[in-house]
Design a protein around this ligand. Sequence first.
Ligand SMILES: C[S@@+](CC[C@H](N)C(=O)[O-])C[C@H]1O[C@@H](n2cnc3c(N)ncnc32)[C@H](O)[C@@H]1O
Length: 426
Amino acid sequence: MLTSGYLSRLVALLLCIVFPLYLAIRGSASLSDIALLFSSLSERAEALHVALISPLVAPPSLNSQEAFKAPGEPARPVRSPKGGKEKRYPTLPDGLAHCINSFEKYPFLAEQVLQRKYTRYAKQTPAQKSMSRKLGYPAHFEKARKGIEVNARFSEQIAQIAREGYRTGPRALEDEEDAEFGLVDLAFAHLSRDWSSQGAKERQAVFPPVLAGLEQHFGGNERGNKVLVPGSGLGRLASDIADFGYDVVANELDYGSILAYHLLTNHTTSLHQHTLYPFVTKWTHQANPSSRYSALTVPDHWPNKAVKLVEGDFLEMFPRDGEFDAVVTLFFIDMAANAIDFLSNIHRLLKPGGLWINLGPLKWGTHTALQLSAEEVLHLADLIGFDVDHTSRKSIDSLYADQPDVLLKFTYGEYMWSFIISENGC
Ligand SMILES: C[S@@+](CC[C@H](N)C(=O)[O-])C[C@H]1O[C@@H](n2cnc3c(N)ncnc32)[C@H](O)[C@@H]1O
């Protein structure tokens, strides 16, 4: 065990320091490039020194991915490996250790992303580098590193609170390869969508129709009506619904979102307390050199503490039939492995006369059994026993966790519909 731990640290040392240095020198880097590289490497060497002297801290995962996703790439649920494999941390919920580990390792993972960019930069010819310097390109590495430092403090807080809340103790939670840059990156993008002033425009496109649908159905009698928001993400819609007086239950499966939500809801003492640079490693599709360093602060509004968050799979966490007066799904039903299971479960959870409001694109994953069109979803809802309120249909275009000032925008076309269960429950 000990030997393999030290071996993997040695590999990390070679990959993170010796190899990039070799590349830079072989690529006839200029003195200023080498100076820049040394400044980056001194920080990494320090981090690795800590790793080498501490038996509890492992070297950074080497499987993190820079993979550019659409800014609004909706979260896929994080689960720990199943399929007969023994649960690695039997006392912790599925996926939690992986998420804590990812938040803790964020500085290493983000630095790896930057290092890959630097390696490509450093491979240029001297003439190309001289021109890149005239563009001021090397400054990007330093600016990005400063943003990563700020993000790392935030990410560390999330992990710390999670460790306390779930009583993980000080033990290491990692597998060798079990930390994921994309998970933290996505949590940051969701924070921007849900809890920053920059996300307001995006929320304005989709929240008001949902809130209006609820108001129309309940006619201003919000109190006492129980609303479920499955796939609640960072929880802003659930919180805004609760602000109207509904009794709201949010449900989420992904600890990337859940842990960030805990920090905002239970460990934040002032609005705009936390600063983030959510786009600092995203360098493509930029309209100008500085937009990738745009900072935002969260939360821009107090999370409603009356919301009850149920952590776990929507299909498993609610055994009681007819528990809710309304179910609201926003960018959610296309997460289903089988849409029939999701729609049947929504139907089962609603009281007679209950309301389901759905809004979102049908961006089915490749893992799903049915990739239905909007018309087929309506037909399925009808087969399951919902009455489709055709007057409620709205066609909406919106962005999802979008980065400001980027040249490539992913606009999602969504339909919104309300579905009602008739009073006799059929
Ligand atoms: C695309 S995100 C949408 C989040 C939020 N509703 C929004 O509009 O920003 C879908 C969310 O559903 C969650 N999710 C997927 N399957 C789930 C399940 N079976 N139970 C609970 N949550 C689930 C994912 O983890 C993810 O946070």
